[in-house]
Design a protein around this ligand. Structure first.
Ligand SMILES: [Zn+2]
Length: 388
């Protein structure tokens, strides 16, 4: 349940830890109120920003909106009842949504509806987020008091007690009628023990059917449980499509489908963590093809979309792991024709179609496996870019 992330600050390591919460009735009411206030603030400020721009061509900044909060609380008393930090974070979330829009990474922010995910984030100040017993089954949260919780504590305890890590923030979430908190835990990073690289450089050609082919000739197959889960997903989705929208069975089935989606995502993450670890352990220079992120967001075909998202995630894993271990990751331009160039004599093969899995170079007579040849070219091109 732990997710490790390299934070932007130097020498800090951030972990995400997820726990289930068991609030009492009063705490539950308070959480619901906070979700409501968060939605209220988000929508109010979104409306304000949109109108400000449309009517007066005026851009309202994050700081301006944040500074409006105290006044709003005076005018609207129920806002003062909930976690103040939670509201401030909401203003920041809205600003992030705008930044993503400006950078072309997301659509224009939408109004939040009650049926959207309900959550809020609160930050650590004066030790107001902490475990209050040794067993870590009670957590103190701002405005809520001690809430019962459950999760895998072994790692968390080790981090907080032995490694001097601290809780920086908590996101409280309601999902499927259950409550969760994910804690952002941060510790000073000790220099990672980096194994000596076995190989100087490797090219990684990522595919769909085979997860990747490496320039050392080894394929990295997708684990078989991927296709099992995909089949299961298709079956359950088909069932869903035959149901009457909004009916009880439909809602039940929809949850089932969402659960399979989540399972697949977790399996994939786990798999990619293992593979990116191995690759960055064993190689000094890693060369991978670039990916068109903008195209990815716009792609409507689901299978392709998922494959692209997976690829992007894998690249992120490689990026931060390489950085941590002092390895070099080279991103090769996606217009570089890695599949069509002969890795032996550099002549380009014209008219190579997608279904030709093997081909023979007309210039030097070398027989190529399509993906292995591409991986070899990525390695060569990566080294060329580095000037090595
Ligand atoms: Zn050739």
């Amino acid at each position: 349940m732990a997710r490790k992330k390299r934070s932007k600050q130097e020498n800090k390591q951030t972990f995400g830890m997820l726990l289930q919460l068991y609030p009492n009735a009063e705490q539950e009411t308070k959480m619901m109120k906070t979700f409501g206030c968060r939605r209220f603030i988000y929508n109010l400020f979104l409306d304000q920003r949109s109108k400000g721009w449309k009517r007066r061509k005026e851009s309202i900044s994050f700081k301006q909106q944040k500074d409006m909060l105290p006044e709003l609380k005076k005018r609207i008393p129920f806002l003062a009842e909930v976690d103040a930090m939670g509201l401030q974070e909401t203003v920041k979330d809205l600003d992030d949504a705008y930044q993503n829009f400006f950078e072309g990474k997301a659509k224009y922010p939408r109004f939040k509806r009650k049926r959207d995910e309900q959550s809020y984030t609160t930050n650590q100040t004066n030790n107001n987020i902490r475990f209050t017993n040794d067993r870590f089954t009670l957590i103190q949260l701002p405005k809520l008091g001690e809430v019962k919780c459950e999760g895998s504590f072994v790692r968390l305890r080790r981090l907080l007690k032995n490694k001097g890590a601290v809780i920086k923030a908590a996101t409280i979430r309601r999902k499927g009628g259950k409550y969760f908190v994910s804690l952002r835990v941060q510790k000073e990073a000790k220099p990672a023990k980096v194994p000596v690289a076995k190989r100087r450089a490797i090219g990684i050609d990522v595919g769909i059917k085979t997860f990747a082919v490496l320039s050392d000739g080894n394929p990295v197959p997708n684990p078989h449980y991927f296709s099992e889960a995909q089949q299961q997903l298709r079956k359950q989705q088909k069932r869903l499509s035959r149901m009457i929208k909004g009916s009880n069975n439909y809602i039940k089935q929809k949850k089932k489908v969402a659960k399979i989606h989540a399972k697949i995502a977790n399996q994939r993450k786990d798999f990619q963590h293992k593979k990116s670890k191995k690759l960055t352990d064993e190689n000094q220079i890693l060369c991978i093809e670039d990916l068109n992120v903008r195209g990815m967001v716009k792609n409507r075909k689901l299978a392709k979309h998922i494959a692209d998202a997976a690829w992007y995630q894998f690249r992120n894993f490689l990026t931060y792991k390489a950085e941590r271990k002092g390895r070099t990751l080279v991103i090769v331009d996606r217009f570089y024709a890695s599949s069509k160039i002969c890795s032996h004599c550099d002549k380009k093969k014209e008219g190579l179609t997608l279904d030709e899995r093997t081909w023979v170079c007309l210039s030097c007579g070398k027989k190529h496996g399509r993906d292995e040849n591409a991986a070899l070219n990525l390695e060569k091109e990566g080294l060329r870019i580095l000037g090595a």
